[in-house]
Design a protein around this ligand. Sequence first.
Ligand code: NAD
Length: 305
Amino acid sequence: MRILMTGSSGWLGQTLVPRLRQDGHRVFGLDPVPSAMTDIVGSIADRDTVRRVVGDNGIEAIIHAGALHKPHIATRTPTDFVAVNVQGTLNLLEEAVAPGSTVGRFVMTSTTSLMISREVRAGRDGGAREAAWMTENAAPLQPRNIYGVTKYAAENLCRLHHELYGLAVVVLRTGRFFPEEDDMAHAISQSDENTKANELLFRRATVEDMAEAHVAALARAPELRFDNFIIAPRTPFARADCAELIADAPAVVRRYFPEYPAIYARLGWTMFQSIDRVYDSTRAYERMGFACRTGFAEKLAALGQ
Ligand SMILES: NC(=O)c1ccc[n+]([C@@H]2O[C@H](COP(=O)([O-])OP(=O)(O)OC[C@H]3O[C@@H](n4cnc5c(N)ncnc54)[C@H](O)[C@@H]3O)[C@@H](O)[C@H]2O)c1
């Protein structure tokens, strides 16, 4: 397939572009930042660029990962967020359904972050009595920052273009997969690897798994027509664990992974005392046949060797 991938110079793009090329696809990378994965240096906010790239290259599928996201909240204005995440997405969708377009499928990289309200984020310290069990049906959505608000708007534009024009669209609400250290690691005196291992329990996946989720969505888009999936490792937890996850997460983790305390003790690692949300990726498994390969169990097995 001839695929346009936006955000090709980014962290996901570096893994996903070669992965798609390995499958024999012709990938056209579009990003304002030059890199080996990017063929067209430009912005999705520039309608002429989008029109040219989609029209001139016989694009059949768009994977839309280009965005301003959480790290940019401190450095970019809300207007920039709207220009890139909302208008940029609209530009791509409108060119995808324009007369003569050859685009038949569209995969949008969204974020689980748009499901997290201030209340959920405040967790136990904010008075939560149980962890929030998050599915795609979580409602009402009250994103807590401009990143979430603009991603939610972009998701809605995708839905609308499916409804109005029949474009096959799959939205992937991905959990975190960034490689940088999180501020939280310092706040709770944990090493970065310790923090990331803990997060595999409920909110993080590897970039390789995220790339595979996009490959699956691209393949299944024509049958799915429109769908929205949380992408995170299959959770080991049950809804009945939610109260205890907030109050005493290590006790819950010990029940499912009795070997974890010894492995963690040997490494000098600690578990989070409280887990505030669980992302349930059952729908992606049931409807798209996708499951992450690496979760906490696999990490623990590797650490235990
Ligand atoms: N990294 C995470 O943990 C995480 C979590 C949830 C969702 N996501 C989403 O995944 C996608 C990819 O994230 P990433 O981690 O690779 O981020 P990244 O910042 O490494 O990559 C994003 C890319 O988008 C590009 N971009 C910015 N403005 C653009 C524009 N106007 N036109 C075209 N491209 C533009 C950037 O230059 C960058 O290369 C984003 O949509 C992000 O919202 C990421």
